[in-house]
Design a protein around this ligand. Structure first.
Ligand code: ZN
Length: 343
């Protein structure tokens, strides 16, 4: 039986995913954007701009985009569905909450205080994955988790534990947010210790850290990692793309090609009032768009000796692998445990 993943238009065979961006946001609003009554977003305007973004990605050969927007940050599955219907771009949406500092933790922290949060998180994840989001019938294809800088708070830890349990029951893949290049190895360890399958985990925003040992400590646990913030550089300690490329070439050269995926973490449309970047930051995000990897990053990787075959593995085979529970082209499982049995 071929493996399938839920897109906003329903289940799709993983063989059809093609070139995949693993972490983007068509629309994103920090919780609180609703409070600015002067800037209520017009649906037709959002749709028109979303269609442009999809067309831009498709022009680079992208066939699938994972929209990593958490439940409380303006996730809108019906808008994503309409974009997907009108462009034939596969869009996989997420279920999950953002990290404590920038999400909206009040509701579930209150429940945590009375011992009812984990039960409710389980209900949310399972309900959305099996019956759909609200009354839309649209099912997420991935669980999104997030942790803070230098710690996984007790609030965040609940989501990790529940996600591992839900993955065991449904086989749903997990992607994460790490903050400012911290807690990658710890996230992997926590999920695996709770029974999650490393071949179905992508620890995200790993390109926020340029210490190769940090990457190796994460990769050795058998999970995949996301170099998924290309184009977003110079903010809150984020490395420059040139440094990220150097680390990435090092990891590919060290044999980790099967465990790496790429994306930009673009916020294409900010909900609420559109931010204007200060003059000194504007050049740093000038390339923060869904075409940047194809226009600038892949050519730089090739200059550094990365082959077309390796690029194909990273953009196509690895995303397919994570949604089917096997890394790389499916012929090889990289986790330390399974190396002997599969080769
Ligand atoms: Zn993101």
């Amino acid at each position: 039986m071929s493996k399938q993943v839920n897109t906003v238009l329903g289940p799709v065979n993983v063989e059809q995913l093609g070139k995949t961006l693993m972490h983007e946001h068509f629309f994103f609003g920090y919780p609180g954007y609703h409070g600015n009554s002067l800037y209520q977003n017009d649906r037709e305007d959002l749709l028109a701009r979303g269609l442009e973004i999809a067309a831009q990605a498709k022009a680079k050969g992208v066939q699938t985009v994972v929209d990593a927007t958490p439940n409380e940050c303006g996730r809108d599955p019906e808008l994503l569905k309409e974009i997907s219907e009108r462009t034939d771009l596969h869009i996989i949406c997420s279920t999950g909450y953002y990290y404590e500092g920038e999400g909206a933790p009040a509701y579930l922290k209150f429940k945590q205080g009375i011992g009812q949060a984990e039960e409710e998180i389980y209900e949310i994840f399972m309900g959305e994955l099996t019956d759909g989001i609200g009354k839309t019938g649209i099912k997420p294809g991935v669980i999104k988790l997030a942790s803070s800088k230098d710690e996984i708070t007790s609030y965040e830890e609940m989501f990790f534990k529940v996600a591992a349990k839900v993955q065991k029951e449904t086989g749903t893949s997990i992607i994460t947010h790490t903050q400012e290049g911290t807690m990658g190895p710890e996230q992997a360890k926590l999920l695996i210790s709770e029974g999650a399958d490393p071949s179905r985990i992508m620890i995200g925003h790993m390109c926020g850290n340029t210490d190769i040992n940090y990457h190796v400590r994460t990769l050795q646990q058998g999970v995949s990692i996301g170099f998924d913030r290309f184009g977003l550089q110079g903010f809150v300690g984020a490395p420059m793309d040139s440094a990220r490329i150097a680390v990435l070439i090092g990891l590919i050269g060290s044999g980790y090609t099967d465990q790496i995926m790429l994306s930009h973490d673009t916020v294409n449309i900010w909900l609420g009032k559109e931010p204007v970047y200060p003059e000194e930051l504007a050049p740093l995000v000038a390339n923060w768009s869904v075409s940047h990897i194809f226009d600038n990053i892949i050519p730089a990787l090739k200059n550094g000796g990365v082959t077309d075959e390796q690029v194909q593995t990273i953009l196509v085979d690895n995303p397919r692998g994570i949604f089917s529970g096997r890394q790389g082209d499916g012929s090889r499982a990289v986790s330390a445990k399974s190396t002997t049995e599969s080769e």
